[in-house]
Design a protein around this ligand. Structure first.
Ligand code: CU
Length: 305
């Protein structure tokens, strides 16, 4: 593992000469690498990659994303309160350093969230002391560049004794809100309105392929707003969120919520019941965001298929 204190260019793609002699931009599309997560008692080993992979952010709109494991958002990591995490980040992006900042842990950032250089693997150990729904992200400078290009995901730390409402829950899903801007454009990340605001990485999957539930099911969503810039107002049309645990901590309980405010990097566990068959839309109730893609469906049927 190497520590980088170096300055580096914002530009991502390198220029090469084609056979015709014309300059062209070299594009990367590294195939996704699923995370390796293994448990021995309360020792959990997590191996992830930093890599560059093309993702589809809207139908027919590719984006050369900087990713964890080749997806945006990165894979959901789920551990238990009190676990010791042995985390390894393999940086297979040939062009720049990346890192891992886990909001779920107490750690000195200059020791445990440090840059891993191209081709290197960094290993770090932390304890997941606090329960919750947390963001993880690349913390390499400029952080906005790495966030705007896709380097974030959700880590769930299950409470030691569970949530009081665990026995009532029939189905659970994860939703990560985030923004897409002009590709790899730092100025756009800094100054412009997002082109898309999306759930789980794009603006079509959760409407084309609704989440499913049966009539009467109690649903739990683990929700995270990864930003990088916008606040989210998470709402489910046609129900009330009977129980909300802000940031996923059972101590932060609210009841009867119509909308949950999620700051950039804020999370929540939200629970509700769907009492009639039909399609229920999840949105950010900041409707400019919903109109840019921050919407998805839960389809409720008698069978729940
Ligand atoms: Cu990065």
């Amino acid at each position: 593992m190497m520590i980088s204190g170096c300055d580096w260019s914002i530009g991502k793609s390198s220029e090469t000469k084609s056979p015709s002699g014309k300059s062209e931009v070299q594009r990367l599309n590294q195939p996704p690498v699923p995370p390796v997560i293994t448990r021995r008692g309360h020792e959990v080993t997590i191996k992830m990659t930093a890599q560059v992979t093309q993702v589809e952010i809207s139908k027919g709109v590719p984006y050369e994303a900087w990713t964890f494991d080749g997806t945006v958002p990165g894979p959901v990591i789920r551990v238990q309160q009190g676990d010791t995490l042995h985390f390894a980040l393999h940086n297979i992006d040939p062009q720049m350093p990346h890192s891992m900042d886990l909001h779920a842990v107490h750690a000195a950032p200059n020791h445990k969230f440090i840059d891993v250089m191209p081709g290197q693997e960094g290993t770090f150990t932390y304890t997941a002391d606090s329960p919750g729904v947390f963001m993880y992200h690349c913390g390499t400078k400029p952080v906005l560049m790495h966030l705007g290009n896709g380097m974030y995901g959700m880590i769930i730390v299950e409470p030691k004794d569970g949530y009081p409402t665990d026995p009532q829950i029939d189905r659970e899903y994860t939703i990560v809100q985030s923004e897409w801007y002009k590709e790899n454009d730092y100025q756009a990340f800094q100054n412009e309105e997002p082109r898309y605001v999306v759930f789980n990485g794009n603006n079509f999957t959760l409407t084309d392929h609704p989440l499913t539930a049966a009539v009467g099911d109690r649903i739990r969503l683990y929700v995270l707003n990864a930003g990088p810039n916008e606040v989210s107002s998470f709402h489910v049309v046609g129900t009330l969120m009977d129980t909300v645990y802000l940031d996923g901590n059972p101590a932060n309980v609210l009841h009867g919520m119509q909308t949950v405010l999620l700051p950039a990097s804020g999370g929540a566990v939200v629970e509700f019941q769907l009492t009639e068959a039909g399609d229920y839309t999840m949105v950010s109730h900041q409707f400019n965001q919903a109109s840019k893609g921050a919407a998805g469906l839960i389809r409720v049927t008698a069978s729940g298929q």
